[in-house]
Ligand binder design. Structure first.
Ligand code: GKR
Ligand code: MG
Length: 431
């Protein structure tokens, strides 16, 4: 009989190269923190997970990891009870939009769930490996053999500011409609993506409307989305919706907060998606009963894992609300986890988001690949990925290096201040 008792937990914070991508809060820093979680069973089976790596997550992950020793990898429900025992420092809870993460208001529960998700994925990976079953089978079985992703387009500088340590990338700049279309062509050429999302809220709305129009011309009939992360007023959101109604699959978080989204939704004539106003189960009721959102973008990292994502999908199905997936900077472990859970969701009718093509570095022996914009669902035991210890160590050494200490917390406004010392996170609505 296999012994599934957890005997060791390894937490490895790393810094991963990130290109100079723009969003409404600022600019991505040259390196971004992630946390690699490994749980090891008495029989020596190791499972891997990945989540946010900023200090506020590490502070919770460490005591959580200690409490895991001696428990069973199959005790997934117990992870949530255990999380409640881990105290969150009040200063970490902001009654405002999470800086850098752009994923709604920061609460103690959300912090805990973001940590739990990394452990849940690691436990599922270990359990799958021990039983010889893929993670999707542990989640009830895949309904599709591959999962579709959209090209996640960003306004982007060619390079990080001069004089700052960073990795080079070969995407070039994208600061106007022509640049955005060129980036979309590259995404299509390199990965076969058929649907496109532009991260907006960076330039005046008319410029972003022009970029989406240019995409519609270059890729006629393809699903297009624009996401300004709540940077617009209700009136601006309605104007953009009006101008792009004929080409948008959906508009993502045009305005901040459920009441503003509900006002936009009532008159926009285009579906609204969110990863900002519905980020916890508690936020669902208001959003669904006011018709504020037509598509929820789940993110297993902050929803508390793969099984919570399935529960969210079931609630969306009940209310006739669509579901797809949100993404923040992540590596291949998370892409594998997203793909497994997405393969089990019956009502997945929109391509999922992924930052993965932006990450030139990974911690796996083999990178996951997109073909025709899709990732194949692995049938190998667990997640079907393998950690490359040398790569983990290299990225961990970077995290340890004092020269990079300032990057251990993601701060998009700080990165922008290197270029513009006057820069502050813009007040909302920005336009
Ligand atoms: O990477 O800058 C970024 C994005 O804005 C990222 O934070 C998310 O994708 O939460 C964002 C979103 O889609 O709204
Ligand atoms: Mg979004």
């Amino acid at each position: 009989m296999t012994d599934l008792t957890i005997t060791d937990v390894r937490l490895t914070p790393i810094l991963v190269a990130d290109p100079p991508l723009l969003n409404t809060q600022g600019l991505h820093q040259p390196y971004t923190p992630r946390l690699i979680v490994e749980v090891v069973t008495a029989d020596g089976v190791a499972g891997v997970g990945e989540t946010y790596g900023d200090a506020k997550y590490l502070e919770l992950a460490r005591p959580f990891a200690e409490r895991l020793i001696g428990r069973q990898v199959a005790d997934l429900n117990g992870l949530f009870t255990l999380a409640d025992e881990v105290a969150v420092d009040d200063s970490r809870v902001q009654n405002q939009v999470d800086v850098g993460g752009l994923r709604g208001v920061q609460t103690a529960d959300k912090l805990r769930l973001s940590v739990v998700s990394g452990f849940e994925v690691a436990c599922l990976d270990a359990l799958g490996k021990a039983l010889g079953q893929p993670v999707h089978a542990l989640l009830g079985g895949k309904l599709r053999d591959s999962v579709e992703y959209s090209a996640y387009l960003f306004y982007k500088y060619a390079d990080h500011p001069a004089g700052i340590a960073s990795e080079k990338d070969d995407w070039g700049a994208a600061l106007d409609p022509a640049g955005v279309v060129e980036q979309a062509r590259l995404f299509n050429e390199r990965y076969g993506f058929e649907s496109f999302k532009l991260k907006g809220g960076c330039f005046a709305p008319d410029e972003e409307i022009a970029a989406v129009r240019a995409l519609a011309e270059a890729f006629p009939g393809r699903p297009l989305r624009l996401d300004p992360n709540g940077a617009w007023s209700v009136e601006t959101s309605l104007k953009v919706a009006d101008e792009l109604r004929d080409v948008l699959e959906y508009l993502e978080d045009p305005a901040l907060g459920t009441p503003a989204m509900a006002e936009v939704a009532a008159r926009a004539g285009v579906p609204l998606a969110t990863n900002m106003c519905v980020t916890t189960f508690a936020e669902i009721k208001e959003a669904f009963t006011t018709g504020a959102v037509q598509v929820v973008l789940s993110d297993h990292h902050y929803w508390g894992g793969l099984r919570n994502t399935q529960q969210l999908a079931a609630i969306c199905r009940t209310f006739g609300v669509g579901i797809s997936m949100h993404s923040n900077t992540h590596l291949g472990i998370s892409l594998a986890a997203m793909t497994h859970v997405a393969s089990t969701v019956p009502n997945l009718h929109h391509a999922c988001d992924s930052h993965y093509p932006w990450q030139s570095e990974d911690v796996l022996t083999e990178r996951l690949t997109f073909e025709g914009g899709r990732v194949a669902v692995s049938d190998a035991p667990g997640l079907g990925v393998e950690l490359d210890r040398d790569k983990v160590e290299l990225l961990h050494q970077r995290w340890l290096d004092d020269a990079f200490a300032g990057l251990r917390d993601r701060d998009d406004a700080a990165a922008m201040r290197v270029l513009d010392p006057e820069w502050v996170t813009p007040a909302v609505p920005r336009w």
